[in-house]
Design a binder for this molecule. Structure first.
Ligand code: PLP
Length: 372
């Protein structure tokens, strides 16, 4: 629609609307200029792995050696490698609903089966102990967790994570902990589940990367920290599938993790201002509501009051109908909750300028006022 000249406002994107910080861009340039353009070890530069170990020790109280680290082509690739490394055909992997869209597909690509556990809005979009226990079978191999969460923005507290850790340790399950939004937190703090004890650390594959917190989505650098055994399997898979991730981006990532962190804080503050605006604005629209998310750059908006209503001739039966009618009539792009496994919601991203957000919200209000 945009290409056809339509004035579409997108509140759907999953990437920061900032350029990569200058010191990181410069480091990439310097790497190229000094000829650091060849292959690196398949699982990543030792120098970058050391930097990642320092970061994990400093930020997450986690002691790892370079042998535990695999650097990949983005966090998604680290998730892929993790699942390929641990799953046998028919294994079950527990996923919270709403989930990040790729989890079910990544699980299925490893011949395993996603088992869905609802994380209800009334529980703050978190797992409950009972729901986890009900999902357990003798085939359960792992659980994927994501905090700060996409799409809900929920951040799991230490207590929430302890429940998951106890469940995993008791039943000998791997935990894949996707921490890609780690530094985008507005309330509370980030805890890595692996830091809760030696047993859970051994079972956890920590996944993180440069995309979201350093505005480096296109650079494609992610990493994992796990037991040496799992890291070595992941490294073998990666070696034969893709070889090393982009060398220049690896050098730039060293600067990203080691260099000044003030640009991360500037971006975080900017996201926080937008979040405060969007949450207030949504909750002031009759019939819409959303909880105040603690992290990431998304809000899940409850649209259940509008199920069965009509926009002109069209009946709104689900989140897809709602999103489609909103796009066609008011030119605002959002993601239907059904894409995250949870109908009755739409996801708004506030990785957009405040002007765009304001305009988008005005149009959403107009759309909703028209529904009857
Ligand atoms: N995990 C979550 C929860 C995400 O939202 C995303 C990107 O949208 C990723 C992983 C993938 O990150 P990367 O760009 O590093 O592959």
């Amino acid at each position: 629609m945009k290409e056809q000249g339509e004035d579409v406002i997108s509140l759907s994107v999953g990437e920061p609307d900032f350029n990569t910080p200058e010191n990181i861009r410069k480091a990439a340039f310097e790497a190229m200029e000094s000829g650091k353009i060849g292959y690196t070890p398949a699982s990543g530069l030792v120098q970058l792995k050391k930097t990642i170990c320092e970061k994990l020790a400093k930020d997450n109280h986690l002691e790892y050696d370079v042998k535990n680290i695999v650097v990949s082509n983005g966090a998604k690739h680290s998730l892929f490698n993790s699942l390929q490394a641990i799953c046998n055909p028919g294994d079950e992997v527990i996923v919270g609903v709403p989930y990040w869209v790729s989890y079910p597909n990544l699980i299925e690509m490893s011949d395993a089966i996603p088992v869905y556990v609802e994380m209800k809005e009334c529980d703050g979009f978190k797992f409950t102990k009972t729901a986890l226990e009900n999902a357990l079978t003798e085939k359960t191999k792992a659980i994927i967790i994501n905090s700060p969460n996409n799409p809900t923005g929920t951040v799991f507290t230490k207590e929430d994570l302890q429940v998951i850790a106890d469940f995993a340790v008791k039943n000998d399950l791997y935990v894949i902990s996707d921490e890609i939004y780690e530094k985008l937190i507005y309330e509370g703090e980030h805890t890595s589940i692996a830091s809760l004890g030696d047993k859970i650390k051994e079972l956890t594959i920590v996944v993180n990367g440069m995309s979201k917190c350093y505005a480096m989505t296109g650079w494609r650098i992610g990493y994992s920290a796990s037991s040496e055994k799992i890291a070595s399997i992941m490294s073998n898979i990666q070696s034969h599938a893709t070889s090393n991730p982009n060398t220049i981006a690896q050098y730039a990532s060293i600067e990203g993790l080691k260099g000044p962190q003030d640009s991360v804080e500037t971006m975080r503050k900017c996201f926080e201002e937008r979040k405060n605006y969007i949450v207030k604005a949504i909750n002031s629209i009759d019939g819409l509501s959303c909880r105040n998310p603690e992290g990431a750059f998304y809000v899940m908006v409850n649209i259940q009051n509008f199920t069965g209503k009509h926009y002109k001739e069209k009946q709104i039966n689900n989140s897809f109908d709602f999103s489609e009618a909103l796009l066609e009539n008011e030119k605002v792009a959002v993601i239907p909750g059904i894409g995250f496994g949870q109908d009755g919601y739409i996801r708004l991203s506030y990785a957009a300028s405040i002007e765009m957000i304001q305009k988008g919200i005005e149009r959403i209000k107009k759309f909703v006022d028209y529904l009857n």
